[in-house]
Design a protein around this ligand. Sequence first.
Ligand code: ZN
Length: 425
Amino acid sequence: MRLLLLLLAILPLAMAAPKSSATDRLAIRYDYFKVYSLFIENEQQLEELKEIYEDISVHVLNELAGPGHSYNIIVGPLLQKYVEGKLNELKIIFKVIVDDLQKLLDKSAVDKDSQMEWESYHTLDTIYDWVDKECAAHDYLECKVIGQSYEGRDIKSIRLSKREGNKAIFLEGNIHAMEWISSATVTFLLNELINSEDPEMQRLSEEYDWIVVPMVNPDGFVYTHEVERLWRKNRRPNGATNSSGPCYGIDMNRNFDYHWGGAGWNIDEPCDHWFGGHEPNTEIEILSLQSFVSSFEDGYIRSYMAFHAYGQYVLLPYGHSNTEFPPNYEQMKRIAAAFSDAASEPYGSAFTYGASGLLNYVVSGAAKDWAYGVKNIPFTCTVELRDKGTYGFFLPSNQITEVGVEVAAGLKGLVNKAAEEGIFD
Ligand SMILES: [Zn+2]
């Protein structure tokens, strides 16, 4: 049974993957693949779902952390009947949220020759061309390549500084490859800081320095454009193999060296999406990021914000525990509340805030915990952008501008509250 199901699972991928030319790699397609949202009520259902996941090739999109959460899974056409039957049998409440995943992905198709704007998603080249152009046009931007990815792509940074003596806010983008809304939002914010005529935005751009790394994971990002839209990790072969060959990549937001290697579902499975590495700090991309952060004098960077998808959360340290809290946790909550209040103003989007271990699930090795725990940056967070699960990781491109607008509003609230709380003193 297991082998048959495995074959059934792989077939649609193999059949659907077109070979455009001898030199092109395969692009994995998701024609007629459905996305299901499941609500897991109890431990038993969770264990059963993990078993389904291990038995057949359903793609689970979220870490199966605990009961009381919804999880999205992708199921190919030949397996849908079987999976639905199984879910009914287990009394797991589910609904189909996407009928044909490929159609949804096609809606956000990327034009290779496009110019930068925030109504569609873009390739790495388009994003980097825009960064280079802005850098060339403004003296107050200092642009640096902070390192190369495993496959040799640049990891670019932009530092905006208009005034001596400012403290800095750090914005991290796209450490997870498939979360395209992350780099789209971070570049939207940077564009606002540079080009917006909004007086409040211009004040933030004068009174604070801004350090932006829009693309921490360029290899994974390119891979999501060219081969597999659903890729999460970087692309370094990690030494393991499974039935489809060598396994690639580390989940870089599980690889930071702060209480590394603790909890996290399948964090120790090299062929899975959440593999945190054989040890901490193994990936060239995050080593480059860490040494870049460390290249500034202590006390200069006062806030570190990592942008992710999805769920609309401001996740605070710590991730590794739900019983231990940072010394200034209450203060960070007040600052996150200010983000949440302000971000809801433009379109009513609600952002929930609190310690990630408490709110989401316990997981270690994230950037925000390293920035707080190792670099002593007094306000750090992971912002999980839109939405709350309707489209999840496949947020249509016609929402990019709205996300940018609401996050810019939230950021103004956050920075002003952080100032009032003495974060920049
Ligand atoms: Zn993420």
